[in-house]
Design a protein around this ligand. Structure first.
Ligand code: AR6
Length: 169
């Protein structure tokens, strides 16, 4: 499984699956969630609403799947990162679970390439340096015979620099 680092907008990625940093109501919002819904069109929200009706949304740390709407991907994986509350409230385990559960879901659908944003490092306030370490460790610990490539897509310079540093170590 190759690990790749890209600086830019995740909606431009040509991969089998893009991961969205959603909220547990799957209601859409700002940040990467807003960008994905804008680029992917209203069909994605229709599918999210259905999941909300049938399953009550998506708990923190878990992941659900929709189609990619107008995006050039096979699937969208919506995962819900933890809101940072100081670090002693299970944030690290929940953020790890976001990455692992997204990878498991991708694998279950025989998807080979997947792109992640920097989950929880925007409005949810997870410190970027720590979040980068959690993300990289989680992905490296996941041994897959199906997935061939995992792309970390960093939108801001700060995240990009932490990923560059930790991926080269
Ligand atoms: N492509 C890739 N990364 C992006 C993009 C983009 N187009 N736009 C922003 N980012 P956030 P969270 C980065 O706030 O902290 C939403 O309203 C950004 O630089 O999107 O998990 C949801 O609905 C940041 O590093 O997600 C939830 O309510 C990273 O995406 C809530 O925010 C994550 O920032 C989730 O908060």
């Amino acid at each position: 499984m190759e690990l790749q680092l890209v600086k830019g907008d995740i909606t431009q990625m040509h991969v089998d699956a893009i991961v969205n940093a959603a909220n547990s109501g799957l209601m859409g919002g700002g940040g990467v969630d807003g960008a994905i819904h804008r680029a992917g069109g209203p069909e994605i929200m229709n599918e999210c609403s259905l999941i909300r009706e049938q399953e009550g949304g998506c708990p923190t740390g878990e992941a659900v799947m929709t189609t990619g709407g107008l995006l050039p991907v096979k699937k969208l994986i919506h995962t819900v990162g933890p809101i940072w509350k100081g670090g002693n409230n299970g944030e690290k385990d929940k953020l790890t679970a976001c990455y692992i559960n997204s990878l498991k879901l991708a694998e279950s659908q025989h998807l080979q390439t997947i792109a992640f944003p920097n989950i929880s490092t925007g409005v949810y306030g997870y410190p970027k340096e720590e979040a980068a370490q959690v993300a990289i460790n989680a992905v490296k610990s996941f041994k897959s015979k199906v997935l061939t490539k995992v792309v970390f897509v960093c939108y801001d310079d700060e995240n990009y620099q932490f990923y560059q540093q930790f991926l080269s170590e």
